[in-house]
Design a protein around this ligand. Structure first.
Ligand code: SF4
Ligand code: SF4
Length: 390
């Protein structure tokens, strides 16, 4: 048997299914395009994929996570803007993202200022449907968001020729709830003392959700992965050594291409036990109530997303409390992309909550998509982890 503490510990075979999302995307897209199915591009976990699918369309996640197209984006956008927004726009402007190029239209929300203004420019490249996202959950805000859901259903019906019915919406809600449950089950393996999956692999699994068009197949892969991870755990197989510092990584989204802080943490010997951000758990927690009116239940679930664009955003602290109970981290790292004002301001209260109420060490890391500060970040990360091993 292989050394369970080795970094070459066996990996679950099903992980290969999540490794090349772009190849899988093209394979799945071709027959759908031939059948006239429309593809919606989405940028945010506020986009209700159930509604898209109930209207007979499919969706793909487009959030820019790489530095490559940013210089081109800066010909239009200010340099002092969050890299996620610049990367997203850069891919659209340079037509270098296969996912963006394949879309028929874009679903957008009025989240942060930079993003919503960027969508005005993107609308010149591809049709953008904007949803008016309120910033709180008052009755007026809920009514506004629900009306926006109905407007989105009309927009989608106009594009696809398929009116959204309660029956179709209930079917898609049930499917996405199953996917959320299965993803949470897979993520729960990170609460083990020595998890049977690496956090980078888990990030890829979560991220793939927005790229896989055949969502039933994605669910089947998740269920297979869960079974394999159970077996690996029972054999004591893990890519991690015992006693490693355990980190809860919160803040702005990360994914393939923008995972440098996650990599730094793991290279320095930590286990990132949970990604609280919207490419991790935040986009998965909270089921849609299957016993309520489907449109109202959908609107409620999405408006509950604890993004820093909401004010106040007590939901993020509540979620972190739950995750601390489940994953037992020894420290919290708050990643803020440069010029992301909402997450940066929120970091002040979050630090107080983590240090004073949860009594855990806290590190705020503000950076961008470049590698220019890697050595400085490495020093800070190593010093932070050092505190947790004494
Ligand atoms: S952090 Fe908020 S605005 Fe940014 S992508 Fe996530 S949900 Fe959307
Ligand atoms: S990371 Fe911050 S600035 Fe960037 S898109 Fe998300 S909320 Fe907006």
């Amino acid at each position: 048997m292989s050394d369970p503490t080795s970094t070459a510990a066996p990996r679950a075979a099903t992980l290969a299914k999540f490794a090349s999302p772009v190849d899988r995307f093209h394979l799945e897209l071709e027959p759908l395009k031939e059948a006239g199915v429309k593809l919606a591009g989405i940028y945010c976990v506020f986009a209700p994929v159930e509604l898209v699918r109930a209207a007979g369309a499919v969706s793909v996640g487009l959030c820019g996570k790489k530095q490559g197209p940013i210089p081109e984006a800066e010909r239009v956008l200010p340099a002092n803007l969050c890299p996620l927004i610049k990367s997203s726009y850069g891919y659209a402007a340079t037509a270098t993202c296969p996912y963006f190029n394949a879309t028929d239209f874009i679903l957008a929300e009025t989240t942060c200022d930079g993003k919503k203004k960027m969508f005005e420019l993107m609308n010149r490249i591809k049709p953008v449907h904007m949803m008016r996202l309120p910033t709180d959950k008052s009755p007026e805000a809920q009514a506004l968001w629900l009306a926006g859901m109905h407007r989105l259903a009309e927009f989608l019906g106009g594009r696809t020729g398929t009116a959204v019915t309660d029956k179709a919406l209930r079917r898609e809600i049930a499917l996405q709830n199953k996917i959320r449950r299965a993803l949470l089950d897979v993520a729960a393996f990170m609460s083990e003392a020595r998890p049977p999956i690496s956090s980078l692999d888990l990030m890829g699994v979560c991220e793939s959700r927005t790229f896989v068009l055949d969502q039933e197949a994605y669910l089947a892969d998740l269920l297979a992965l869960r079974g394999e991870l159970e077996a690996l755990r029972d054999q004591g197989v893990s890519p991690y050594k015992a006693g490693a510092p355990r980190i809860l990584l919160t803040g702005t989204p990360v994914g393939r291409g923008s995972e440098k802080v996650l990599r730094l943490l793991e290279d320095a010997g930590a286990v990132v036990v949970v990604l609280e951000n919207c490419t991790g758990i935040k986009g998965v927690v909270g089921l849609v109530d299957e016993n309520a009116d489907p449109m109202e239940a959908l609107a409620k679930r999405y408006l509950d997303t604890p993004c820093s664009c909401m004010s106040p955003n007590q939901g993020r602290l509540d979620l972190i409390d739950d995750l601390v109970r489940q994953f037992a981290p020894t420290g919290v790292v708050d990643l803020v992309w440069q010029a992301c004002h909402t997450y940066s301001v929120e970091s002040f209260d979050l630090r107080r909550h983590v240090e004073d109420s949860l009594e855990l060490p806290f590190l705020k890391v503000e950076t961008d998509y470049t590698e220019s500060d890697m050595e400085q970040l490495r020093t800070r990360v190593e010093a932070f982890l050092e505190l947790q091993t004494h």
